[in-house]
Write a protein that binds this ligand. Structure first.
Ligand code: HEC
Length: 247
């Protein structure tokens, strides 16, 4: 009898001891989960790039590097917040720096060295995706050489020209750097490819290209997982579509 009372007493004691601890533990490990440390993408940004014009000699993280990484690496199943393969996420400055970025030293920075690995399974993005182009690799290299800053500039500073926008002089590079990481390959996002003139023109003439980048109601807001294009770039896309999407 006495041992039964003791057992009940001990059980009650242990339960009160561990209940709060359990509840506590349910909360704690999640804060170490990369998903939880991800900040939401910056609010839709149209023209608040602090008035700094873009210099052709500088690589800008927010304008150039991050959109490229979101398109090429932060795809579903890879390094977006939900998938976080190998604990790596490339959706903001802080988590990109965590991919072994050593300012001024691209050769010692994992973010850069993985782009050049010869084994297609180890290289990023891995096979069957294509490697980054030489220009895209150089962009990341130069950004690290310049100190890997969290910098940005105003793409439309002073004068956003919407005259004579063509696929060749503007749209192609924009798609390659911000969209084709997801919209290419055997299984493109949303079943939509944007890798060449014909594919992009079809999307333009259907109204979806502009609707998605201008975040119009009824369209999926693009680029997915990233900041909206600046108003200058949205205006240029509109001008291109309105003039019949010339090559
Ligand atoms: C990180 C991946 C990712 C990036 C980067 C991305 N997209 Fe998408 N896109 C998607 C997914 C996923 C869908 C399908 C969304 C759905 O159906 O819910 C989609 C759908 C679309 C659609 C169809 C929209 C509709 O309403 O039918 C268009 C057009 C589009 N994207 C254009 C773009 C353009 C232009 C860019 C670059 C500025 C871009 N996307 C960047 C993942 C991406």
């Amino acid at each position: 009898m006495r041992s039964l009372v003791f057992a009940i007493f001990m059980t009650a004691f242990l339960v009160t001891l561990f209940l709060p601890a359990c509840r506590h533990e349910l909360v704690l490990p999640l804060t170490n989960d990369p998903v939880d440390t991800i900040q939401p993408p910056p609010p839709v940004d149209t023209a608040d790039y602090s008035g700094v014009p873009c210099s052709p000699d500088t690589v800008y993280f927010q304008n150039q590097v991050l959109p490229l990484l979101i398109s090429q690496c932060a795809k579903s199943g890879c390094h977006d917040a939900q998938s976080h393969k190998e604990g790596i996420v490339t959706t903001n400055y802080q988590n990109v720096m965590n991919v072994g970025v050593k300012p001024f030293k691209p050769a010692n920075s994992k973010l850069y060295t993985v782009l050049n690995l010869t084994n297609p399974e180890d290289r990023m993005p891995p096979s069957p995706d294509s490697p980054l182009s030489a220009d895209q690799k150089n962009l990341i290299k130069k950004w690290i050489e310049q100190g890997a800053l969290n910098n940005n500039c105003n793409e439309g500073y002073g004068n956003c020209s919407t005259a004579n926008v063509t696929y060749t002089n503007f749209v192609n590079a924009l798609m390659a750097n911000r969209c084709t990481g997801c919209h290419s390959g055997a299984n493109p996002s949303g079943g939509l490819k944007l890798t060449n003139y014909d594919e992009t023109k079809a999307s333009a003439l259907s109204g979806k290209l502009y609707g998605s980048v201008a975040h119009l109601a009824g369209y999926k807001a693009m680029p997915q997982g990233g900041a909206a294009l600046t108003s200058c770039y949205v205006d240029k896309i509109k001008a291109w579509v309105d003039s019949g999407a010339p090559q």
